[in-house]
Structure formats: C-alpha cells, structure tokens
Design a protein around this ligand. Structure first.
Ligand SMILES: C[S@@+](CC[C@H](N)C(=O)[O-])C[C@H]1O[C@@H](n2cnc3c(N)ncnc32)[C@H](O)[C@@H]1O
Length: 215
C-alpha cells in the first residue's frame, strides 16, 4: 500500500522523543525500567500494528494502573502516536517504532498481560498467509510471552481474516473465549475503545468482528 508522506515527522519525533523505546530488544525482561517507580509491578500490554495510535493512547488513559506499548513500523504513521501520547501526556505508554516479526526478541517468557491486534493487514494472497498476525505460528509465539490465563483481543472488518484467525486459534490448541460478529451491536459496545480504521469501517456500515483468545 502507498504511504502518505508525513512532512513534519522529524519535528514531531524530536518534540515527543520521551515516548520512544529506543532500544526495544534491550528492554526484553526489563520494560518496567522505562517507567516511573510507581509502575514497578504494573501489568504490561501491547498492541501490534497501532496505526496512528487512537486505541492504545485511549486505553493508556483509561487504565492508568497499566503499562502500554504501541508497536508500529511505518515511519509516516508512528509519529502520530507520539503526537497523541504528548497531547495526553501519558506516563504509562511507550512506542516501539519497528515491525515486530519475532516477539520473543522483545519479550521474555510470560512477560505480557495482554496483546491487542486491531484491523491487522490481511495479506490476502495464500503465499503470504504466514505474515498474518493471527497465523498459527504467530499465535504460538505470543503464547510464549504471555502470562498464563491472559488474553489476545482481535478486531477486524475483514470477515475472511476473522474466519482464518478462528481456524488458526484452533490449530494452536488455544481456547477462544468470545466470538462476536457485530461488536457494535453487542453488549461490549459501551466499553469498546475504537481505532481509526474501526471508526471508518463502522461509519460505512460494516460489521466489526471481535474475538478473545485465552493463553
Ligand atoms: C490496517 S492498519 C490498522 C491500524 C490501527 N490498528 C487501526 O485499527 O486503525 C495496520 C497497521 O499495522 C502496521 N503493522 C503491520 N504489521 C506490523 C508489525 N509486525 N509490527 C508493527 N506494526 C505493524 C502497519 O504499518 C499499519 O500501520
């Protein structure tokens, strides 16, 4: 997909650099050291593919007792996350400005209390299926770094990707605690924090799929 060029990105990054995790692989097993002492035992949550950051920033604001890591590799997109974190002055959010390929390089066993995947790239060609963030190989990789009993939550407008992801959870032997085909018409709607893509697709009348996988 062609990326819109963000002209003032260097200025945004310079102004909001305090939200960057500069050496994310070096933070493996010691993420808490990036945050104030009050967060020493706070649970750690990540979103992979945060886009412009509306979801993860609003989650961090809504749950000030948790630590959040936004992960976004697109250089013309991630500065928007820094901008939002700066506007809200979030003490509990940092950004990994990289494409996460192997999560075990960033997190040690059981280090995470939650993973969010929102409107992940569909990679529609069969030969690219292994790149989908809900491919069985990825689900098994998340399992390694998640604390037992914690959850991955996945939202998408893409019905085919959603069906594929359910199959992959089954292949991984994981328990799916919730499957909702129309999140905005469900009882979870009231507490749902929307992403930028979600607002766009829901605004066009598309149903939003939601699943919760327990590790
Ligand atoms: C379709 S957009 C959705 C953005 C946002 N989650 C939303 O719902 O508005 C997917 C984003 O995920 C990012 N992305 C894809 N794979 C990634 C990965 N492995 N690590 C980090 N970011 C990734 C892309 O750069 C893109 O910005």
């Amino acid at each position: 997909m062609r990326q819109h060029v963000l002209r003032n990105k260097e200025k945004i990054i310079e102004k909001n650099g305090r939200f960057l995790a500069d050496d994310p692989k070096g933070c493996r097993g010691r993420w808490h050291s990036l945050f104030d002492d009050g967060y020493a035992s706070a649970p750690l949550y990540i979103e992979i593919g945060s886009g412009k950051g509306q979801f993860i920033c609003n989650m961090a604001k809504a749950h000030p007792d948790r630590i959040y890591l936004a992960c976004e590799g697109a250089v013309n997109v991630y500065p928007r996350i820094l901008q939002k974190a700066g506007a809200l002055e979030l003490p509990n959010l940092k950004l990994i400005r990289e494409y996460i390929i192997d999560p075990s390089e960033y997190f040690e066993k059981g280090e995470l209390s939650g993973v969010y995947l929102n409107f992940s790239d569909p990679w529609p060609k069969d030969r690219h299926a292994h790149r989908r963030l809900t491919h069985v190989s990825k689900l098994l990789a998340y399992k390694e770094i998640m604390a037992p009993g914690t959850a991955l939550e996945f939202k998408t407008d893409n019905d085919a990707l959603f069906d594929f992801s359910l199959e992959q959870a089954d292949l991984a032997g994981l328990s799916v605690a919730a499957v909702i085909r129309d999140l905005h018409a469900s009882e979870l709607a009231a507490e749902n924090i929307q992403t930028e893509y979600e607002e766009k697709f829901a605004g066009e009348g598309k149903n939003i799929n939601y699943m919760k996988i327990i590790f």
